[in-house]
Design a protein around this ligand. Structure first.
Ligand code: IDC
Length: 476
């Protein structure tokens, strides 16, 4: 059965006013329980500290430096809204993006007002969003990456609208993560229709709430006009605070770079915690020429940057094509035009610390859920993610089958569950359900299978109840 789709109308901002856009939104909410995925780590190519060294960072002049005072430029990708696309807060997703894009940072965008945002939701959703942050923080740490916890204000405009919740959220985060040195706190994504003095008022409450538990973590503060007016601000007293500069290359060009240069002249440390190569709506055509100018400018000034967004939403800023339903194991053809351009730009850069013979990252097998049940094949079905959708338990599975027998012209794979279920999404196979058994048959391109070959990249999302398990598998 198809996932529940809700069509709602949202107002999104654009540089020169507002546009109303209708869009489809997947409802997928509630708790995700801890998953058991093991992934081999690899070096972070862009951080200048060694893997085991402290990840503590601080600001020197306008730049970020590590504990050895070496300049560090963070490069990363931002999630879309955590409530919208929770499925990408997944260790395999992070690992794959780290290895394909050579990034060292993931930003967790938690909207405050839009769609099931933190400040417009009840305690269950709040808890769920914090669980997603927990996961993101944990996976980033295990993968030796930095993670940005982003209080994603947008339609709220003035951050003071939810200052009480912001203070309590950030004190809770800072207390919980006080021992972690890979976390960056972004306290107000994009203030708009408000002034720097309002933002300062907000920052002067939220920053001390963080500093009560963490004296050093980097903090990013948003700036007026959707984090663009970096030329109109003055520094706060906190020494480890950076100031957000956001751009969308289709809309924001040299005049915004000029603002950035003016800020740098005033010794204001900037952090591009969000950018896109499309226009400010997050959609529209890509302006690669401007995007290149932007990133070259940022590289020259060692300003860190984070691209928007990790999702397969049907908008040009999404790095995955809408047809890509996977959450990891992406092929080149799964990346959108934006994703491909970013991947090429990000990964082409070698850094001083990158070793010449870095071993290729390999995603090792996570928890195997199914036993081998026949001698002619090895069927593996791994549960790689799970979350609740109202009363249902949604589980995402990666499936493969190794044909230990003679070559076959076609095949059938059966998975029997301990309860009835529905298939919410599936890819790279056809299926029928008979009782509690899912009968998987091939699609044209994986029908023929050679002896000892493996059929990979099959996946699905199952809607069931909690305690769902596979009890039997067969391949013939
Ligand atoms: C956009 C998303 C879009 C979503 C919308 C909600 O891409 O799918 O419907 O938010 O309002 C920003 C914001 C960021 C925007 C993005 C593109 O920080 O939340 O995401 N953008 O509009 N600032 C400039 C552009």
């Amino acid at each position: 059965m198809l996932k529940l789709i809700l069509s709602i109308t949202l107002t999104i901002h654009m540089l020169f006013g507002y546009a109303v856009q209708t869009e489809n939104i997947n409802i997928a909410q509630s708790t995700i329980s801890p998953e058991t995925i093991k992934i081999t780590d690899q070096d972070i190519p862009l951080a200048s500290s060694s893997k085991k060294a402290s990840k503590k960072l601080h600001i020197k002049g306008t730049q970020i430096v590590n504990s050895q005072n070496k300049v560090v430029q963070l490069k990363g990708l931002s999630s879309h809204g955590l409530s919208w696309y929770p499925q990408y807060i997944n260790k395999k997703t992070f690992a794959k993006l780290k290895s394909d894009f050579k990034i060292n940072t993931i930003r967790l965008a938690m909207y405050t007002e839009e769609y099931n945002g933190y400040c417009v939701s009840g305690s269950k959703q709040k808890k769920y969003l914090k669980q997603l942050i927990d996961k993101g923080v944990k996976y980033a740490k295990e993968l030796d990456m930095y993670v940005i916890i982003d209080w994603h204000i947008l339609s709220d405009g003035n951050p003071n609208k939810h200052i009480k919740e912001a203070v309590s959220f950030f004190s809770e985060m800072a207390k919980k993560y006080k021992k972690e040195d890979h976390i960056i706190y972004e306290i107000c994504n994009e203030p708009n229709n408000t002034s720097w003095s309002q933002i300062k008022k907000f920052a002067n409450k939220v920053i001390p709430a963080i500093r009560k538990y963490n004296k050093n973590a980097l903090i990013i503060v948003g700036t007026p006009t959707w984090s663009q007016d970096v030329d109109k601000i003055s520094k706060l007293s906190d020494k480890n605070t950076l100031y957000a500069l956001h751009f969308y290359a289709g809309t924001h060009k040299q005049s915004l770079r000029n603002k950035a240069s003016q800020a740098l002249k005033k010794k204001i440390p900037l952090f591009v915690s969000e950018f896109g190569i499309c226009d400010a709506s997050g959609n529209g055509s890509l302006n690669k020429t401007e995007a290149k100018k932007w990133l070259e400018f940022l590289d020259k000034n060692k300003i860190s940057y984070v691209g928007w967004n990790i999702s397969n939403k049907n908008e040009s800023s999404a790095i995955l094509k809408t047809s890509c339903k996977k959450t990891s194991g992406f092929k080149s053809s799964d990346y959108s035009a934006s994703g491909t351009w970013l991947k090429n730009y990000f990964s082409k850069k070698k850094t001083v610390t990158q070793k010449k013979n870095t071993t290729q990252k390999k995603e090792t097998t996570p928890k195997k859920v199914t036993p081998k049940t026949n001698t002619t094949a090895k069927v593996t079905a791994k549960c790689i993610n799970q979350w609740n959708d109202n009363q249902y338990k949604m589980t995402q599975w990666d499936i493969s089958a190794k044909n230990n027998n003679k070559a076959k012209n076609t095949w059938t794979l059966k998975l029997t569950f301990n309860q009835s279920f529905k298939v919410s999404q599936h890819w790279n196979f056809n299926y029928k359900i008979s009782g509690k058994t899912l009968i998987i048959t091939p699609v044209s391109y994986n029908k023929k299978v050679k002896a000892n070959a493996t059929i990979n990249n099959m996946g699905m999302i199952i809607k069931g109840k909690s305690g769902l398990k596979i009890t039997k598998t067969s391949f013939s």
